[in-house]
Design a protein around this ligand. Structure first.
Ligand SMILES: Cc1ncc(C[n+]2csc(CCOP(=O)(O)OP(=O)(O)O)c2C)c(N)n1
Ligand SMILES: [Mg+2]
Length: 375
């Protein structure tokens, strides 16, 4: 056994690949969160994972038909996102990266606003003050700094550990395995530890940062990344929706109660491409994809539900619901048309900016040069 192996604790897992439920005794604190779930919660988890997957497939098709500039698939990460999303409390704030469509679903974000962003017709479009789900961050790791800053503010405002359920709040930030190699994430961990912020760092280790394997980002398991800064970590099976829910809910509760930050590493896999601009067959083996397909989060939870007596009619209803949503977003996307070009330049800065004004003028002239050519 290497020193590195010796540091490992078992990963929190509750559902086997066959959908059988069991929890190791050392994880009893997490199991207590599952005891509180109702049958309706279980069905909600499955329904939202199915919606997330259907939404993803439709958005990919829309991009291929030229309706979106880009799509960022999250197939395979449904359990990590729906489970953790439902572990977030009613006052808490979420700082996502750019792949958290499932977390968005758990917080009622209008899915069209995500599609509009990827069509380039808005900069996000939802209001973080109302949804507590902040805008997507494309610059890797920046959202960890925003989250830590926000969490420090929460602590300065005294909204931690008072026991007032309508006042206390915690913050969660999402990022990938690759983003852990950014200085911003390390700086966030240090500030979080020093200030004992009410915060969870949720790392979806989907094994790849575009074409760089996780082995190129770290020599230690990522859940240990925070320990040197003073942020304890835990690893969870990211394809197990119940484990992701329980671990997130417990550490968000702890953070809200004033027990400080935690780093959660969710072990999962990006089944699809990094984005629709990427071809993963160039850098990874099919055998690896097949290994993870056998650990599919939806198939696993479906087995669990069927073992509990959930009938086919429920799964048919989920399929029908997904198809209806897909048809609606397809129609709405085609109806978007092209916005006025000035939209692209608005909201970049809060005040007029000479470089933006220059770019806008250039584009206007360029577009005008086509006039009369039948375009
Ligand atoms: C600061 C910065 N550097 C590089 C990029 C380009 N980039 C976009 S996504 C990505 C890989 C990120 O991988 P990971 O953090 O594992 O997240 P995942 O995409 O797998 O969800 C890179 C390098 C960027 N967006 N921001
Ligand atoms: Mg990754």
């Amino acid at each position: 056994m290497t020193a590195q192996d010796a540091q490992r604790v078992p990963m929190v897992q509750m559902l086997s690949i066959e959908g059988e439920f069991s929890v190791a005794p050392e994880f009893a604190d997490y199991a207590a969160y599952i005891d509180r779930l109702t049958d309706a919660d279980y069905l909600k988890f499955y329904r939202d994972m199915a919606i997330m997957r259907r939404f993803d497939a439709e958005a990919t098709a829309l991009q291929r038909q030229g309706q979106l500039g880009l799509w960022i698939p999250a197939i395979g990460q449904e359990a990590a996102q729906i489970g953790s999303g439902y572990g977030v409390g009613h006052n808490d704030h979420i700082f996502p990266s750019y792949r958290e469509h499932g977390v968005a679903i758990t917080h009622g974000i209008d899915l069209m606003s995500i599609l509009k962003m990827l069509r380039g017709v808005n900069h996000g479009g939802w209001n973080p003050d109302e949804t507590r789900f902040h805008l997507y961050a494309i610059v890797l790791g920046t959202q960890a700094l925003h989250a830590t800053g926000y969490a420090m503010g929460v602590a300065f405002d005294g909204k931690v550990g008072t026991g007032n359920k309508d006042e206390d709040l915690a913050v969660i930030t999402y990022f990938g395995d690759g983003a852990t190699a950014e200085g911003d994430v390390s700086e966030s961990l240090l500030f979080a530890a020093i200030n004992q912020t009410p915060q969870v760092f949720f790392c979806q280790n989907n094994q790849w940062a575009i074409s760089s394997n996780v082995a190129r980002q770290t020599k230690v398991p990522l859940y240990l990344r925070g320990t040197g800064f003073g942020v304890p970590g835990i690893q969870v099976d990211g394809n197990d929706v119940l484990a992701c829910y329980a671990v997130t809910a417990k550490h968000m509760d702890d953070a809200r109660a004033g027990l400080g930050p935690t780093f959660i590493e969710a072990m999962t896999y990006r089944i699809g491409a990094h984005t629709t601009s990427d071809d993963p067959t160039k850098y990874r083996d099919n055998a690896e994809v097949e290994y993870w397909q056998a650990r599919d989060p939806l198939a696993r939870f479906e087995k669990f539900l069927r073992n509990r007596g959930v009938e086919q009619a429920f799964f048919d209803e989920c399929d029908a619901h997904g198809d209806k949503l897909a048809a609606e977003i397809r129609e709405a996307t085609f109806a978007l048309g092209n916005p006025p070009i000035e939209n692209m330049f608005q909201h970049v800065y809060s005040q007029p900016h000479p470089v933006i004004a220059e770019q806008y003028a250039w584009l206007n002239d360029y577009e005008a040069s086509f006039e009369g050519e039948g375009n």
